[in-house]
Design a binder for this molecule. Structure first.
Ligand code: APR
Length: 309
């Protein structure tokens, strides 16, 4: 019986397994993978463990079809669901993934009542609402991963375009995890220099557009949604929580008046630590950015209105 703390990842598919592998490599907690598909979580956990012998981490991952092994988790990452395929918009996923995320949340609430619930399943903003409604947990402990991923895409494009290291790019993408997400250009710098000083507005607009369509670009190439960046982004959020890093990261948080938005999950910068979302950080947005955020909120409201509860 391990004395280490525990992180569970539900859904051992592309995103879940990538996240689990990232976390196993960190070696600060035991990792439990859960998947409804017989043998999948057990097989992926076995593979992750054997990779540990090569990469130098403890082989303590466990995979199962049930939730007993996950009991008492500190953080549960939910990646269970159906991924978006080429002929499917993110919004088409609502009905199927609402059922899946709802049933997973019920199990998590029963087996790990004190956990922090990190939702990754799409459509993300709506699935956060499902997780919060079903668990009835405080908003500080139920939130989603999207902003880090969207920001990562924008950052990569900026690094290529400016010929800079991505490590020196500091960007921020907020709003719903959909085509109307908002790249906050006013808060984006490369090595401390505002992006607007480095690139012409028209070129920046193209990068912003590519970022907003970033998920779709991957789906077109892969025939399914991405997993390396989403898995790594979820693991970064788990780090911030498990290691109480107090990092400011764009996460999908429940807004109650912040940014002028009421009762809606959207990506905003938050301080992330051991208690989950410890603070929502309010950036000074330009008028254009503020109205773009409002339009994005409207798009999220539309998807949320499709939910059955
Ligand atoms: N309980 C547990 N696991 C489930 C359940 C359930 N009720 N329903 C489905 N799953 C599992 C599937 O068996 C599958 O292994 O969820 C896994 C999803 O994995 P993939 O199909 O590979 O999908 P993935 O690419 O990982 O995406 C998962 O994350 O980024 C989002 O849009 C993406 O919503 C999707 C989710």
């Amino acid at each position: 019986m391990s004395e280490r703390r525990k992180v569970t990842v539900v859904g051992a598919g592309n995103v879940g397994a990538t996240c689990a592998q990232e976390l196993a490599r960190r070696d600060y907690a035991d990792v439990v993978l859960v998947d409804i598909k017989e043998g999948l979580a057990a097989g992926k956990a076995l593979d992750v463990n054997q990779a540990g012998a090569v990469l130098g981490y403890e082989p303590k991952a466990v995979g199962s079809t049930g939730y007993d092994e996950s009991a008492g988790s500190d953080v549960v990452v939910v990646t269970a669901g159906v991924p978006r395929t080429g002929d499917m918009s993110r919004d088409d996923l609502v009905a199927t993934n609402e059922k899946i995320v709802g049933s997973v949340t019920r199990e998590v609430a029963e087996h790990s009542p004190d956990a922090i619930l990190l939702v990754v399943s799409n459509p993300l903003d709506a699935m956060c609402h499902v997780a919060r409604n079903v668990s009835d947990w405080p908003k500080e402990r139920v939130f989603g991963m999207a902003g880090i991923l969207d920001t990562a895409r924008f950052s990569a494009f900026i690094a290529w375009e400016t010929g800079s290291s991505v490590k020196d790019v500091s960007a921020m993408v907020l709003g719903g995890h959909g085509d109307q997400m908002v790249s906050v250009v006013s808060a984006t710098t490369v090595g401390g220099v505002p992006l607007r000083k480095l690139l012409p507005d028209a070129r920046i607009a193209e990068l912003v557009e590519r970022t907003a369509a970033g998920g779709g670009e991957l789906v077109k190439l892969l025939g399914t949604s991405a997993w390396y960046a989403p898995g790594a982004a979820a693991a970064q959020m788990v780090d911030a929580i498990m290691l109480d890093e107090k990092r400011v990261l764009p996460c999908t948080a429940y807004l109650e008046g912040e940014y002028g938005i009421e009762g809606l999950y959207m990506a905003v910068p938050v301080k992330l630590g051991a208690r989950g979302i410890e603070k929502i950080v309010e950036l000074d947005l330009t008028d254009d950015e503020r109205s773009a955020l409002e339009a994005s909120a409207e798009a999220v409201r539309e998807v949320v209105s499709v939910l059955s509860s």
